[in-house]
Design a protein around this ligand. Sequence first.
Ligand code: FEO
Length: 170
Amino acid sequence: MLDKKVVELLNQQVNKELYSAYLYLDFSNYYYDEGLEGFGNWYKIQAQEERDHAMLFVQYLQNNGEKVVLEAIDKPAVKIVGPKEVLDEGLKHEQYVTSLIHAIYDAAYTVKDFRTMQFLDWFVKEQGEEETNAEGLIKKFELFGGDPKSLYMLDNELGARVYSAPSLTL
Ligand code: FEO
C-alpha cells in the first residue's frame, strides 16, 4: 500500500501526461497545417512519448495494487500564435511538468516512500532532457528560423526524428 497522497498525485500525473500528449498533438497538427512537416513530426513523436509516460504511471500504480482513476482530459489550453511561440510554450509546459514530478517526489520523500522515489528518478532525469531539448529547439529557431533555406533544412532535420520506446521498464 502506498501513501494516500502519493497515490492521488500519481493518478493526477496520468492525466497530466495524457494532457501533455494532447497538447503536443495540437502543436504537431499546427505545424503540419503550416507546411512545417518536420516540426509536425517532432511534436507527434513527443506526443507518443507523453502517452508512454502516462502508461508508466498506470503500470506503477497497478504494480503496487493501487486503483487507477481516470479523469477527463482538458482541451489544449495554449493559444497558438506562431511557430516560434509554440516552441516557447513547449518549454514552459515541460518546466511545469518538472514541477509536478518534483511535487510527487517531495510527497514520497516526506513519507519515506523510497520505492516511489526510485521510480521517479527516471522521470527527474527525463524532465532534464526534455527541458534541454525544448531549449535547443528554441535556440535553433532563433538562429535559423528567419531564413527560408535554413528553416527548410531545420525542418528536414526534425523530420528525421524517429520514435523509440522509453528506456524505463516496470
Ligand atoms: Fe512527460 Fe514531457 O514530460
